[in-house]
Each structure stands twice: as structure tokens, then as C-alpha cells.
Write a protein that binds this ligand. Structure first.
Ligand code: HDE
Length: 724
């Protein structure tokens, strides 16, 4: 097999990695010292008054070591606390010079270093990766003109329209204040109480209840800038733009049952997957796309471009792919890089500007503010991961932990003592000029009537889902609402669902054992000003001009690759050499990763007495951590597996989660023993090798590879699951 590019090979070209190198430190071959450089002679014993005596205050080494330790933690992020990150680069393929003067978007082939952090939203730093939650998708571009942060999510809309409601939303979704439960979950009263009173959240709720909120991998999810931004070109002409990241491996998710089990088997499932993919040279890639809207077209849509609860359907404005991002290097140090990185939608470069989206406007305040408490002061931009590769010169001075030693007498502008330096830059020199949008308005606390259609795109999303995806949304709602303690909240939520889709509401009501409420007659929007006319603040019923959008269903994603897919091979002593090796080699040649799972660790002997290294025993492996499973031929091996309840469970569970299963020779006999085997023998007598259901009872590696690439065989859910 050709040697793959390793995770370190690109670093020579990566200006940010070179920049970080100034601060990296390795103790290899060095003496242990104090923080002040004194070599330490004994790091095992504190300084005492006699061998059995009290520790002396004089012990500066002990005090320094313990004091530093006592202060090692910083506050976790108020939201998005749980995250994983990687370095990489963005390469432009299509020049955007027609629309923007941003330098990193001018010349095809131009590479810009990036640092990307993915996160869940609600959970604490140590919470499970597999929570049902939107995922943060924050990209820091280290451009030659300064840092540009695209701080997005894997869902293209948001729960609320105005940033003023963000603390309310987050208070509602975080663990409840009296008992700090539940961790990293929205299935509780306060979240749904809030949602039931905020009809604007309904579109986002549809996404959050879909499998999009439980990705198979951080490498297999989309990213969205959500808000409408502006591009501005050399002639100061502006267009509106929405940003998209599209994963090269396609958009794939796990099922909710799997997600819950993975949370127990491997809380770091996504973090590990990202780390291992990069370490093994399987660099995650996303195409970068833009939707461009001419300024004159701002009002031509049946929704408001400034409303962050709306998408621009790709059928109306296609996504133009303009470049690709590759993540090719893991951080050296989690705290220094992943934890200390500080993103901010307000970090922009000339050629990009904000729109008046009221959610975006509020974010522009929040992100610097939060770093002050999280990172401890105003100099967080000097932390290596945050500092730009572009030079920084200004008159900001001092503050806690200041690193820069600014020389000279002047720290103000205008000045003559410093020859007027540093100079302001004209637009021609890259000086940032805000887009001179004309504004003529009254100062009001208000919301535009164009923001009051809360349901049409929720309906559009629901209508665009496949039957399976719709069923999963129903199941997710039944789970979440089933966990509530207050019946009235359930009733209100189902009332809201009647506005999205009648059948959806009926199914959920049935599952919850409540009658379908009539469409809510009560005013639903609580933010009605005391002197306002409530009717003015009611949701408006709008029919979406589009009935469905193919881009919204994961069923339509690319399914042409099994790269990095994890395949379990169940084996025991006596496994058939050819049956094992031909399949294993074919899978690996197609880019999958195989693991031998056996009753014990160490080695197993094949039928020809070859020793095969076992990767995991049934004690540490679980089907939910794999994409597919293969049981090779081998009489003794199959007999041993039959004695192993965990092996039988492995197959049943993989079937339940609709994964590709293959078996060969005696491996088939083993499968027949499982609930899956009984089921297929009863149902598919005529067609044991059923391509439609992804259970392949032969050794045809091509068919198996194609089956794994399909990701899942949802057809099975219709036929009824097996117990697992
Ligand atoms: Fe954030 N958000 N957010 N957010 N957000 C933070 O900043 C905030 C919103 C997003 O990996 C915080 O440094 C407000 C939308 C990501 O470090 C904080 C509002 C979107 C991350 C904050 C929003 C996001 C954050 C917490 C409503 C998708 C993690 C820690 C107006 C477009 C970045 C921090 C990372 C983090 C505020 C809504 C994405 C408190 C006030 C919409 C990916 O500043």
C-alpha cells in the first residue's frame, strides 16, 4: 500500500504552524527545571523537617508546582464547551474577485492556514460527543490581512431571531438550575417550555430532531455560516452571501438508539474519530460554497434574508463551490490550542462585512466579552493560537498578562512623538472600511413583519425528508417530549407541530397518548409589548413557494466511498485464511479500516495455524462503534462465536441499526443462529443474499463495499427490528 501523507507533512507550508513553533516546547533530552529555569534535583519528595517531619514553607519547588496545579483550570465556554479541533488549510479554486476584495479569495490555488473547532452546544467540557444537539463548526482563517473567523454550525438556521433571546434559550436548554440535570440534553421541561412559547424556533426544531443532530462523524457533517453576510468588491459594490461547508465524504448520521449507546461505550467517539483520521493520513475535507444574492434582489424572496431562521433553498440560489478545506494536523496540546482558541464572528477582513441580521448583530458583542472571563483579560489575542500571522501594530497597551513589549514613547494617535505611527491604512492599503449602507430609521425595539412566518420552512424541511427521516423526527420528538414532566408543555408543542404538518402532529400526539390539539388560538409569541396589538405579533401563515428541496435530505448525499469506515471482523481460532484475508484486503484497498474482534485479546490461530493479532475483544468492542460487520468462514471459529453471546448481540445490533453485514461459509451458519438469521430465513427464503437489506451471505467484496457505501439500509426498519 502506498505510504500516506502523514499528519505532519504539510506543516512546512503552513505559516500558522511555523508561527506556533515559536512557542512549542519539548522536554526531550532536557533536564527538569522550575518555571524559572533552575534544575531540579528531587521531584519525588517535598522538603521536610526530618524524614517524618512537616513540610517546610521554604520548599519553593513544592509551592510553585502545587500553585500552578491549583490554577490549571479556566472557565469552560458558556456554550460550546465540549469541542475538538484540528489544523489545516483552505485552498481557493474559483476567484471571488468579482464579488469581494478579500485577499484570500482572489487567486485560485491560494492556500490559507486554518484552525477549526467542532463542538456540541449544551453539554459541559466532559460531556458525551453524541448528544442530540447542533454542532459548532468554527473556522479561523489565518489570512495575510488578519484573522477571519467563520463561526458557524452544522445546521443552517437558528432557534431564535434576536440575540436578546440567547440567554433565555441557553438557560432553557442547559441543565435545570435547581438540580443541574440533565447533562447535555434537551429532553427536559425548561427547553420545551421555551420552545413551545417561541414559534420562531420551529424550523430549527425540525433540524434538531432530525438525525442531523447526531452525526456519524464530525468529518461527515455540513457547516453553515447561517447568517447572510456581505461581500464587497474593489468598486465598493456589495452582494449578499451565505457560506456552506460540504463534506467530501457526504453527510451521514447515526440513529438515536446508537447515539445513546455510543455515549456509554465511547464518550469521545467524535473526538477520537477526528484525531485518528488525521493521524492515519485520512485528512477530512470539505468543499466551500457560497450562495450569492445581488443587493437589488434583497426583497425578492418569500422570507427575509436577515432572518436567521430561514435558509435560501439551493433550488432558488444554487451553492457555488469555490474551494476546499483540508484538515491535516492534530493540535500538539489540547489546552493551548483547542481550549484557548477564541473565535469571533466580528473577526473579519476587508471585502467581507455583516448584514443587519439581529442575531448576528448581537453576536458581534458577545464573543469578545466572553473571552474576558474565559481567558482572563484583554490580551487573549496574544495567545499563540489566536495571534494572527498578519502583523499587529496599535496603541492598545498593558493589561493582565501582556506579552508584547511595545517600544517607544507614544501610545496614542494622532502623535508626533512617534512620527504618527502606526499609520491608519487607506482602503487601497487594505484598511477596513465598513460598507456604507444607507440607513434611515427610527430607534425602535421592534421586529419586522417579514420575520413572522415561523412555519413555512419548517414544513419545507419536513416535506423534504425521506420516509425514514420523517419517522426519525417523530421518534425524536416522542423521546424528547416523553421525558417531560409537565403535560401542558407536550400539548403546547404538539399544537405548534400542527402548524408544521398535520400528520406529524397526529403521529406525535398518538405516541404521547394525547389528543391532537387544535391549532393554537392563544397568542403564541410571548414577546408582545405591553402596549402592542397582540395580533401584530402572531405568526403569519405563509405557503412556501417550494414544496421540497433535495439538498435538505441526507438520503441524497454522496454514497460513493467507504473511506475511513470502520468494519468489524468477528473471528476466533480456526478462522479461514482466504475468507479473512481476501475480504480484509479488499476493504482496506477501498479505504476502510478493519478490526479483528475476538473472544480474547492477543492472537488467534487461523485454520492454517497462522497467528493473527486481535485488535479488540468483545469486552471493549461494540457494534455501535462500527459501520459494518463481516464474519469470515472457518468451522471452529464459527462454533466458538456461537458460544459468545456478545458476538450474537453484535450482529443483532448491527442489523437493528441497519448496517451492512456480510458473512462467508461457516460465518453464515453463525449468522443463522442470531435473531437476524432467523428473521432473514423466515422472510427472505428466496433471496438470502439480499442487496436491498444489506445482509450479504457470501464473500463478494464488491457487493459488501457497495453496501457499506450506502451507509444504512433503512428498509429494515419497515420490516421490524430485531431485539438488540
Ligand atoms: Fe455562539 N457563542 N452565540 N452561535 N457560537 C459562543 O463564544 C452567542 C450562535 C458558535 O469553538 C460563545 O467563545 C450569542 C449562532 C460556535 O470556540 C459566546 C448568540 C451560531 C461557538 C456565544 C450565538 C453560533 C460559539 C461561547 C446569539 C452559528 C463555539 C464561547 C446571538 C452561526 C466557538 C465563545 C468555539 C460560541 C454567543 C448564536 C456558533 C458566548 C450571543 C447563531 C460554533 O460568545
Amino acid at each position: 500500500m502506498a505510504k500516506k501523507e502523514t499528519s505532519k507533512t504539510k506543516e512546512i507550508d503552513n505559516l500558522k504552524i511555523n508561527d506556533l513553533a515559536k512557542n512549542t516546547e519539548s522536554g526531550q533530552g532536557e533536564f527538569l527545571t522550575t518555571n524559572h529555569g533552575l534544575r531540579i534535583n528531587d521531584d519525588q519528595n517535598s522538603l521536610k523537617a526530618g524524614e517524618r517531619g512537616a513540610t517546610l514553607l521554604e520548599d519553593f519547588h513544592f509551592r510553585e508546582k502545587i500553585t500552578h496545579f491549583d490554577h490549571e483550570r479556566i472557565p469552560e465556554r458558556i456554550v460550546h464547551a465540549r469541542g475538538s479541533a484540528a489544523h489545516g488549510y483552505f485552498e481557493l479554486h474559483e476567484s471571488m474577485s468579482k464579488y469581494t476584495k478579500a485577499k484570500f479569495l482572489q487567486t485560485p490555488g491560494k492556500q490559507t492556514p486554518v484552525f477549526v473547532r467542532f463542538s456540541t452546544v449544551a453539554g459541559s467540557r466532559g460531556s458525551s460527543d453524541l448528544a442530540r444537539d447542533p454542532r459548532g463548526f468554527a473556522v479561523k482563517f489565518y489570512t495575510e490581512e488578519g484573522n477571519y473567523d467563520l463561526v458557524g454550525n452544522n445546521i443552517p438556521v437558528f432557534f431564535i431571531q434576536d440575540a436578546l433571546k440567547f440567554p433565555d434559550l441557553i438557560h432553557a436548554v442547559k441543565p435545570e438550575p435547581h438540580n443541574e440535570m440533565p447533562q447535555a440534553g434537551s429532553a427536559h421541561d425548561t427547553f420545551w417550555d421555551f420552545v413551545s412559547l417561541m414559534p420562531e424556533s420551529m424550523h430549527m426544531i425540525m433540524w434538531a430532531m432530525s438525525d442531523r443532530a447526531i452525526p456519524r462523524s464530525l468529518r461527515m457533517m455540513e457547516g453553515f455560516g447561517i447568517h447572510t453576510f456581505r461581500f464587497i468588491n474593489e468598486n465598493n459594490k456589495s452582494v449578499f452571501v451565505k457560506f456552506h461547508w460540504k463534506p467530501v465524504l457526504g453527510v451521514h448520521s447515526v440513529t438515536w438508539d446508537e447515539a445513546q449507546k455510543i455515549s456509554g461505550k465511547d464518550t469521545d467517539y467524535h473526538r477520537r474519530d477526528l484525531w485518528e483520521a488525521i493521524e492515519t493520513g485520512n485528512f477530512p475535507e470539505w468543499n466551500f460554497g457560497v450562495q450569492i444574492v445581488a443587493e437589488e434582489d434583497e426583497h425578492k424572496f418569500d422570507f427575509d434574508l436577515l432572518d436567521p431562521t430561514k435558509i435560501i433553498p439551493e433550488e432558488i440560489v444554487p451553492v457555488q463551490i469555490i474551494g476546499k478545506m483540508t484538515l491535516n494536523r492534530n493540535p500538539d496540546n489540547f489546552f493551548a490550542e483547542t481550549e484557548q482558541v477564541a473565535f469571533h464572528p466580528g473577526h473579519i477582513v476587508s471585502g467581507i462585512d455583516f448584514s443587519n441580521d439581529p442575531l448576528l448583530q448581537g453576536r458581534l458583542f458577545s464573543y469578545t466579552d466572553t473571552q474576558l472571563s474565559r481567558l482572563g483579560g484583554p490580551n487573549f489575542h496574544e495567545i499563540p493560537i489566536n495571534r494572527p500571522i498578519a502583523p499587529v501594530h496599535n496603541n492598545q497597551r498593558d493589561g493582565i498578562m501582556r506579552q508584547t513589549i511595545n517600544t517607544g514613547q507614544s501610545s496614542y494617535n494622532p502623535n508626533a512623538t512617534g512620527n504618527g505611527c502606526p499609520f491608519q491604512a487607506g482602503a487601497a492599503d487594505g484598511g477596513f472600511v465598513s460598507y456604507n449602507e444607507r440607513i434611515d430609521a427610527r430607534k425602535v425595539r421592534a421586529r419586522s413583519q417579514s420575520f413572522f412566518d415561523h412555519f413555512s420552512q419548517a414544513t419545507l424541511f419536513y416535506n423534504s425528508q425521506s420516509e425514514t427521516e420523517k419517522n426519525h423526527i417523530v421518534d425524536a420528538l416522542l423521546f424528547e417530549l416523553g421525558k417531560l414532566e409537565t403535560e401542558a408543555i407536550r400539548v403546547r408543542v404538539v399544537g405548534m407541530l400542527t402548524q408544521v404538518d398535520k400528520t406529524l402532529a397526529e403521529k406525535v400526539a398518538e405516541g404521547l397518548g394525547i389528543p391532537v390539539p387544535k391549532a393554537p388560538e392563544e397568542p403564541m409569541n410571548q414577546s408582545i409589548p405591553a402596549d402592542g396589538d397582540p395580533m401584530k405579533f402572531q405568526p403569519i401563515k405563509v405557503e412556501s413557494s417550494l414544496k421540497s428541496s433535495a439538498a435538505l435530505s441526507m438520503e441524497n448525499t454522496v454514497k460513493d466511498s467507504i473511506k475511513t469506515r470502520q468494519v468489524a471482523i468477528l473471528a476466533a481460532d480456526g478462522i479461514d485464511d482466504i475468507s479473512l484475508n481476501t475480504m480484509k484486503e479488499a476493504l482496506e484497498a477501498a479505504g476502510a479500516q478493519t478490526k479483528i474482534i475476538a473472544p480474547h485479546l492477543g492472537f488467534i490461530a487461523t485454520a492454517t495455524s497462522k497467528q493473527i493479532k486481535v485488535d479488540q475483544s468483545f469486552l471493549t468492542a461494540a457494534s455501535v462503534l462500527f459501520d459494518a460487520v463481516y464474519v469470515p468462514d472457518g468451522k471452529r471459529s464459527a462454533t466458538a462465536l456461537k458460544e459468545e453471546p456478545d458476538a450474537i448481540h453484535f450482529i443483532n445490533e448491527a442489523y437493528k441499526h441497519c448496517k451492512a453485514i456480510a458473512a462467508d461459509g461457516s460465518g453464515v451458519d453463525f449468522i443463522y443462529l442470531t435473531a437476524v438469521g432467523v428473521k432473514i430465513q423466515n422472510e427472505d427464503k428466496a433471496d438470502k443474499n439480499n442487496l436491498a437489506t444489506g445482509v450479504l451471505l457470501n464473500r463478494d467484496s464488491k457487493e459488501f463495499i457497495n453496501a457499506i457505501a450506502q451507509h444504512r439500509f433503512w428498509e429494515r426498519e419497515k420490516r421490524g427490528k430485531v431485539p438488540a
